[in-house]
Design a binder for this molecule. Structure first.
Ligand SMILES: C[S@@+](CC[C@H](N)C(=O)[O-])C[C@H]1O[C@@H](n2cnc3c(N)ncnc32)[C@H](O)[C@@H]1O
Length: 533
């Protein structure tokens, strides 16, 4: 890269790079200062690049430290997810007969007069008023088909009335060609495209293809925002450029006004691709790849999917059932279709025994349905499942990981002083051991999943602190509490961007309080051992 350029303000030759993005130059401190106002919204430590496989993607323009914010932006458009029961189109809260205050102009259910005036409701309100008849929704608590069209209408509104926003939406990938033979495409054509044109009398304004393209933009680029229950979906401009990797290097969180925050999940070098995980990183490889193909239209070939052992974790592996064999069973590759051919057999890495993919599939389906039916609010049920299925699955297997994540939160649920004192010694050990095991696994397969990591760090600190409290010996107590404190600080740092209305934000709040309590106890221990008797 050149080390000289032209000043962003006066265009004279310049050597000083902007420290935020490393992309533009200034000739002097004065010009940097005067140029900042205009440059601020564009200043990011990354730039858009493009290739044939990924389309557009982001690369870092400088080294970025773990925890640094890369992008913070507001949505271009947001609205309800496609499948939802009636919700307020202002704030997203569920609506029923008791809190329904229909918009006087258009009749859409709203929760208050204030929400009726929320600017986000303008598009569907305006189109409903134009059609000449109000919307009437009377069945609450069940999925209502009208909501399938709201976010689409909000995008179409940008196309018709707000060309600057539409220009940004229109650049996004919609995979219309790849989608056109899918059942979802066919049903959306009828239930969304034809419905919008007929019901809102917009057949002269938008073609079916216009509307189907918007459906694709939403499917491929929207993020689920957990600010309301049910969550709503939002489309962001720059954040749509992050490519997917199953072991991503960035993580996202949301601000209370619906903004998105992309943070480095690990140290990133200049020139590295920036990635997020579009799917659940705790799903097995077959499920992750299938989900990505069905919703984002590519077969993932990332480093995690390409390595059947998933970086030595054996996250998708079965245990060999041959006598005296402790090998692990995996396919040769996950990158090929699993079908009836010999190549799709799974085999043991020790004794070489082959198992057809269909036998693997049947076993996983059986264990998966047992897991789905298992009441997860009872630790004994979970322990029972762990012990019965661990004969078939590698200890890091995704089914066992899912259930361990539930167990670690269930033992001493809430981590209050009362709930923790009630835990048996054995369960306390189990909670600490399980949390440690999960953290080490996350480091290998999903280091950027800050929310998951933060939750487990909190559980680990709680078990170590309780172990310390149970041991009257000042030395041991001091050692345990110091260890707990270390995990607590990591937890606070990991969850630092989580807003207080989300469960992780609540954990963050509690973690800060616990840190103060631990510091007081540690101080008392120090005083008691140093004070003369
Ligand atoms: C949210 S968009 C990302 C931006 C997009 N590349 C563009 O040019 O607009 C998601 C799409 O990017 C592509 N993509 C993202 N990650 C990918 C990956 N790891 N492998 C292949 N394609 C990927 C796929 O086409 C996917 O549907």
């Amino acid at each position: 890269m050149f080390n000289v350029g032209y000043c962003d303000l006066c265009q004279k030759p310049a050597k000083q790079r902007c420290g935020g993005c490393h992309e533009i130059f200034y000739c002097s401190k004065e010009h940097q200062k005067s140029g900042w106002k205009g440059h601020k919204i564009l200043c990011r430590p990354c730039k858009v690049a493009e290739d044939e496989t990924l389309g557009r993607f982001l690369v870092s323009t400088k080294s970025i430290k773990k925890g640094e914010t890369i992008i913070k932006e507001h949505p271009l458009v947001y609205g309800p997810s496609q499948i939802t029961t009636p919700i307020c189109l202002g704030c997203g809260k569920p609506i029923d007969e008791r809190n329904n205050h229909p918009c006087p102009k258009c009749g859409w259910p709203m929760c208050s007069e204030m929400c009726q005036k929320n600017p986000s409701h303008l598009p569907e309100c305006r189109y409903t008023v134009q059609r000449g008849d109000k919307v009437s929704i009377r069945n609450f608590g069940i999925i209502h088909p009208f909501y399938q069209s709201v976010t689409v209408l909000r995008c179409l509104y940008q196309k018709q009335y707000l060309p600057d926003v539409w220009k940004k939406l229109d650049k996004l990938e919609s995979h219309c060609e790849d989608r056109k033979d899918t059942p979802k495409f066919k049903s959306e054509r009828v239930q969304v495209a034809q419905f919008i044109r007929k019901f809102f009398k917009l057949d002269q304004v938008f073609t079916e293809d216009d509307i189907m393209r918007v459906c694709g933009i939403i499917l491929v680029n929207s993020h689920e925002v957990p600010l309301a229950e049910p969550p709503f979906v939002a489309i962001y401009e720059m954040c749509s450029m992050f490519e997917h990797r199953c072991k991503a290097n960035c993580s996202k969180s949301f601000t209370k006004d619906g903004g998105i925050l992309l943070v480095a999940g690990e140290d990133i070098q200049k020139g590295d691709h920036l990635s997020i995980c579009y799917t659940d990183p705790l799903w097995g490889t077959l499920n992750r790849r299938q989900h990505l193909y069905e919703t984002k239209f590519f077969w993932c070939t990332c480093s995690r999917c390409s390595d059947v052992t998933e970086f030595g974790t054996y996250f998708s592996a079965l245990k060999c059932q041959e006598e005296n064999c402790d090998g692990n069973i995996l396919p040769k590759t996950f990158l090929q279709r699993m079908d009836n051919t010999k190549d799709s057999n799974w085999h043991c890495n020790k004794c070489g025994k082959n198992i057809s993919y269909f036998s693997v599939h049947d076993l996983l389906e059986k264990l998966g349905s047992d897991l789905a039916e298992l009441p997860k609010n009872d630790a004994n049920n979970i322990k029972q499942f762990l012990s019965s299925s661990s004969g078939y699955l590698h200890q890091n297997h995704f089914y066992l990981t899912e259930i361990r994540l539930a167990l670690v939160q269930l033992i001493g649920q809430g981590n209050t002083s009362e709930s923790m004192t009630e835990i048996s010694e054995e369960d306390l050990e189990l909670k600490a051991k399980t949390a440690t095991q999960l953290l080490s696994l996350f480091d290998s397969i999903a280091p950027a999943e800050r929310r998951l990591k933060g939750i487990v760090l909190f559980e680990l600190h709680a078990s170590l602190a309780e172990m310390g409290r149970r041991n009257g010996e000042p030395d041991t107590m001091h050692r345990r509490l110091t260890e707990a404190r270390r995990y607590l600080i990591d937890c606070i740092d990991t969850l630092k961007d989580e807003p207080s209305f989300l469960p992780e934000g609540q954990i963050l709040k509690q973690a800060k309080l616990n840190l103060k309590s631990i510091d007081i106890v540690l101080q008392k221990i120090m005083e008691s051992v140093t004070s003369p008797t």
